[in-house]
Design a protein around this ligand. Structure first.
Ligand SMILES: Nc1nc2c(c(=O)[nH]1)N[C@H]1C(S)=C(S)[C@@H](COP(=O)(O)O)O[C@H]1N2
Ligand SMILES: [Mo]
Length: 168
């Protein structure tokens, strides 16, 4: 009898953990902030207002993967990261720090994805090969198509900060 109760309790705990993980995955947001005029959060409702972009990149598995989402340029433009969207002078020292749920962090310089400087479109993806990203990868993942290795393809992005190398 006691064993039965313990077993039922363990099952209940397990189900609880599984459903909490599910809720977290659905409500996970990306905060867009740092030195910007209009910080905001990316979630299913705010992302739907942004233009959709798609890229194809070769994964670690050697196969092509198709990612869709929004461009990092539009993400920081919506936050009013650069006055007049014209990168020049002092704003040339601005950069973007991407942080993941596991505290992995990478840096991207704005000219690496600003259409005034390059054709490379860096994507904050919410879909891989047509499907929502699995909980261990998403719900949001950065994709840097021009990189030879995928080290900046940050999984489980939770924060995008526009910072200034001139201000410590
Ligand atoms: N959140 C997070 N994202 C991450 C990492 C990490 O440790 N944490 N590792 C990076 C590195 S070093 C690589 S090589 C790729 C591996 O992604 P892939 O297995 O989809 O090729 O994920 C990148 N994204
Ligand atoms: Mo890596």
């Amino acid at each position: 009898m006691k064993k039965n109760l313990l077993f039922t309790g363990l099952i209940a705990l397990f189900l609880c953990a599984v459903s909490t993980e599910g809720v977290n995955a659905q409500t996970a947001e990306v905060s867009v902030g740092g030195g910007v005029a209009s910080p905001y959060k990316i979630n299913p409702s705010t992302i739907s207002a942004l233009k959709k972009v798609e890229v194809t990149v070769k994964g670690h598995d050697g196969k092509d993967h198709h990612y869709s989402g929004v461009s990092l340029y539009e993400v920081i433009t919506k936050a009013e990261a650069v006055p007049g969207n014209l990168l020049k002078g002092k704003t040339m020292a601005k950069y973007v720090l991407i942080t993941a749920a596991d505290n992995y962090q990478v840096v991207v310089a704005i000219p690496e994805f600003d259409p005034a400087f390059t054709d490379q479109v860096i994507v904050l993806a919410d879909k891989e090969d047509g499907k929502a990203l699995a909980a261990n990868l998403g719900p949001y993942r950065l994709v840097v198509p021009g990189d030879k290795k995928p080290a900046r393809s940050v999984m489980r992005v939770i924060s995008i900060e526009v910072l200034d190398a001139r201000k410590p």
